[in-house]
Design a protein around this ligand. Structure first.
Ligand SMILES: Cc1cc2nc3c(=O)[nH]c(=O)nc-3n(C[C@H](O)[C@H](O)[C@H](O)COP(=O)(O)O)c2cc1C
Length: 364
């Protein structure tokens, strides 16, 4: 059936066709392979891995090898790389292509002070010649493999230095196949509101697909951002934490103009249990139980008794006990709530999210 909205169809990124235009944002410490796959299963058309450092000496670390794990992931496999040296970034691109990457994304969006012990991520936006040098080197490394290069950035360095449009034009000229813009400056971090005028200006300035990102938390907001920016796709980060079915909700709303029913409580339980199984498989018991706590916490945070459950659950330290606790919580919830009770979506960053971001943005 033909989509009723122009925002629903497939989208070509270079020679790769994405099934839809609803993307999961790369979130270090969150969007590992199990979580990306969960989002893809529930309606996301595209997911970018957590950033992988361009520093070769860190490629052997457990953290980097887990980040480079794409076992069984629905294609296309997209890997984000971060660094400050053009040659190293080119090498990192080639290394990840060898390991299955079909799209390489350059990180100019992370506001962490230091990536790879140097200013990187969105800090690169302050040094346009270096940013361009990196883009050119990565494109040159990917070209022989026919792997498209994409770029994720912010609106600029600070309110006084919004250079996203200039960087977008230069990056397109250098061969970048898609641009994502988070509607905040680097200086803002995650404070204040994302603005979409700059994203609209970027969209108007280039021909390659532009992805709008920042503070998209509901189907209505998704539609409003698509309309305001004219963007080809949207990317969702924090609002997918604990609610990975948001992609399906948005797709339904864009297609019909109506909201679909909340998911069945038993269905949510099963999604979470399946996710935990994959998560333990990647991290093992010790790290798996600990890193799963944030995902479980996000899943229950707005639900009845969720906070008390989270406190109890955080004290458990085996996979078996964690799985049992989650199953019991949702079984009890489903006695009174056939479907997940409605809750105001709250993307205010909680301690887990902030901790994950700060720890993860060191990239190694
Ligand atoms: C925990 C966390 C980790 C993040 N890690 C990355 C990252 O590795 N690379 C990147 O480009 N952006 C990263 N971001 C930024 C997101 O991709 C996204 O641009 C930002 O959260 C705004 O989108 P949202 O309002 O939908 O969350 C991270 C954000 C969070 C919350």
């Amino acid at each position: 059936m033909k989509p009723t909205s122009p925002h629903l169809g497939a989208l070509a990124v270079g020679n790769i066709v994405l099934p839809n235009r609803l993307f999961v944002a790369p979130m270090a410490g969150v969007t590992d392979r199990p979580f990306r796959q969960l989002c893809k299963n529930l309606g996301a058309g595209y997911a970018v891995s957590e950033m992988v450092t361009a520093r070769k000496d860190l490629w052997h670390t457990l953290k980097t090898s887990r980040r480079a794990n794409h076992d069984g992931e629905t294609t296309p496999i997209a890997v984000q790389i971060a660094g400050t040296d053009a040659a190293m970034m080119a090498e990192a691109a080639a290394y990840n292509i060898d390991r299955g990457a079909q799209i390489i994304d350059i990180n100019m969006g992370c506001p962490a002070k230091k990536v790879c012990n140097k200013w990187a991520g969105s800090a690169l936006m302050q040094d346009e010649p270096l940013a361009l040098q990196i883009v050119e080197a990565v494109v040159a490394a990917c070209l022989p493999h026919k792997v498209p290069v994409t770029l994720k950035m912010r609106t600029g360095w600070s309110l006084q230095h919004k250079n996203a449009e200039r960087i977008a034009r230069a990056a397109e000229q250098a061969g970048v196949a898609m641009l994502t813009v988070h509607g905040r400056t680097r200086e803002q971090g995650y404070k204040g509101q994302a603005e979409y005028d700059t994203i609209a200006a970027v969209k108007a300035a280039v021909r390659v697909p532009v992805v709008a990102n920042g503070d998209i938390t509901t189907p209505e907001k998704a539609l409003a951002v698509l309309r305001h920016t004219g963007a080809d796709a949207i990317m969702i980060g924090r609002a997918a934490q604990g609610r990975p079915w948001i992609f399906g909700d948005i797709a339904h709303f864009l297609a019909t103009g109506t909201h679909r029913a909340a998911p069945l409580t038993q269905q949510v339980k099963q999604w979470l249990l399946d996710h935990l199984g994959e998560h333990y498989g990647l991290y093992g018991e010790f790290a798996g139980v600990r890193t799963a706590r944030k995902h479980i916490g996000w899943a229950v945070r707005t639900l009845p008794g969720g906070e008390a459950f989270r406190t109890r659950m955080n004290a458990l330290d085996s996979c078996e006990a964690q799985v049992q606790a989650v199953a019991d919580y949702f079984d009890e919830l489903s006695l009174d709530h056939d479907r997940l009770p409605a809750a105001a979506v709250d993307v205010a960053e909680d301690d887990d999210a902030q901790e994950a971001r700060e720890a993860a943005c060191t990239a190694n």
